[in-house]
Design a protein around this ligand. Sequence first.
Ligand code: BGC
Length: 770
Amino acid sequence: MNQDYIKPDNWSIIEEGFDVESVKSSESLFSIGNGAMGQRANFEENYTGETFQGSYIAGIYYPDKTKVGWWKNGYPEYFAKVLNAPNWIGIDVEINGENFNLNACTAVNNFRRELNMKEGWYNRSFEATLKNGTEIAVNVRRFLSLNLDEVGVINYEVTPLNKDAKIIYKPYIDAGVTNEDANWEEKFWEPLDVKHNKNEAFVTARTFKTHFIATTFMQNSIFLNGKDLNLTTENVESSKDKVQFIYAISVAKGEKSSIRKIGGYTVSLNHENTQLAASNVIKSALTKGYDLLLQEQIDAWAKIWEMSDITIDGDVKAQQGIRFNIFQLNQTYLGKDSRLNIGPKGFTGEKYGGSTYWDTEAYCIPFYMATKDQQVARNLLTYRFNQLDKAIENAQNNLGFKKGGGAALYPMVTMNGEECHNEWEITHEEIHRNGAIAFAIFNYYRFTGDYSYIPEKGLEVLIGIARFWHQRASFSKNKNQYVILGVTGPNEYENNVNNNFYTNYIAKWCLDYTYEQIQKVSLEYPSDHKRIMEKVNLSDAELQDWKKVSNGMYFPKSEELGIYLQQDGFLDKDLVPVKDLDRSQRPINQKWSWDRVLRSPYIKQADVLQCFYFFEEHFSKEELNRNFEFYESFTVHESSLSPCVHSIQAAVLDKMDMAYTFYLRTSRLDLDDYNKEVEEGCHITSMAGTWMSIVEGFGGMRVKNDALHFSPKIPKEWEGYSFKINFRNQILKVSINHNDTQFSLEGSKELTVFVNGTPILVEPNSLVTV
Ligand code: BGC
């Protein structure tokens, strides 16, 4: 059974009733973020039950020294990890002499969490009876400001219900935190300085090794029945990494007391003097005040939704699912800073170290391109451009590619451009990631029409990547063709295979595409061409060699079945389809030994089908169908990235029931906890895949020859759905129901879109029904 405790609602994620068993899952699901920082939905007050504490600051990481049993040459020295950042949310609460702790109360009633996605805040309310008999009602609201993105705000209200109470609020900030995932159980933060002044406090700490400095700050005000009591702390408890304030008040039965805490981080990535920056930021927040900060939050989220909302009529769970995905993507990355990227768990957990994977290019970029200004996607591309030198070192140092110089292998996992992954079959072999980085450059130009990125930055990245493929392919005398040996494809349930179809295909494509771009830049941007060629030192002979490899690339296939083979020898496996596999054996990665997984035919995630997703127009529908039928039957979807690609392909092939089933699986993966692991954090990067399943799957959106094409379909379970696309600075709204498709355009220029191949003229500010 999948978890089903989240209440269906169009705009909110809601939990009702207190269950210690679901605290960690809810901490993930109710996470909040603002692109610059984020945190799990941990309780502010002390809690002695099972919890996974997590606060994260974008771009701040720690290089945790690699720990492996058998060291292989070429392993990176460390894994850069997102750090559990100092705690700024903590508020211990003492009521009539007892420390309030939900795990120790004799009763908890009407417990309710709400994550309001429309307005961008998280609320928790309940009534509790303490051991000392005091009954209290608690209501806590928390948000991370989008406008002042170093600031978070908490409004924590306590009303004694059955007697007068002496309430002591003890807000604190604390840098004495650790990571759950730490290889050597080391501390990641070194405390530097602790300061406090009236109701403000600052704890400054530095990460070991990477030396990022963060000042964690707080400012507190105490209210009674909505009136600021202007209290200053009675007492301060302070140590080398923690400051705690004490505010005691007497509250009569039925009166509402509250503490408002402003807190957050200022970091050396953005400021010379983080402590000074923290005082300034507190001033700005206080000048605005709680109500205005909240109103600004609501307005900022309204703006985001205005552009990125997808509506679904007639299916609340599907509606809630897609909004949850869009909300989390926006909480994780807003594209303001090209030093930042999108970790697979965003700000909701430590898994995957918060680092950058090929997920960004293969899955996330389409979402950001279509729902934000094009600069956002450009920043994501620039992130890789800025790491090109490291990718060149990575190819040379780790893999010994010196010949042509300048060959670039982007890391599988990275924070600053250096490889962090340390499993040889992935670090050294899952090299297809390089292809996705090149594909994203092509995709960006295809969608935005902004070619300038390629002569400015993209071409150097493409050349590095093409050089890598040129050298990584080898000539097989036996086949009289070029082969790529010893790789891991996207399906990580196969390692060290020869001629993974997807890898060979994207390698060839990279060589051809880069070749074409060099020609184009030479004709249209001669001065950029000159600059780049002088820098990369690329000879004609090398280019001709690329052609040789590309033209001679080998692709494994079965003529008999009319399919491409995922890799050499795939058909030798015992080809029992997933439907005949006993349910008790799944997920196979938890039930089987690794060798058994490897020799089985089961596929973790789209692999050959990933190729068809990227290069659909290179293949006939019959080919797509044959391959889909074959590979879908062996796919176990044990990666969150899998169902979305299958959903899109199923929609292309008019298998709408299947497309819908996969859609539900991707959109409610975390809310329904399909993989029984949501307590570790949410699957942020695959959420962009959910968006693709609707827009590219059901809506059938493609960009061909500078124009938008649609082939609208609708699941029978829905009455209608709509989405918006920022296409070249004009906003196109597409609404689809069972009878027609409507287009409306916010912009100034008419736009021709194609619906199932027929051109349709959409004039600005008018509605066209097809
Ligand atoms: C997937 C990879 C992905 C990584 C991070 C793995 O389970 O197989 O394709 O990059 O998760 O999301």
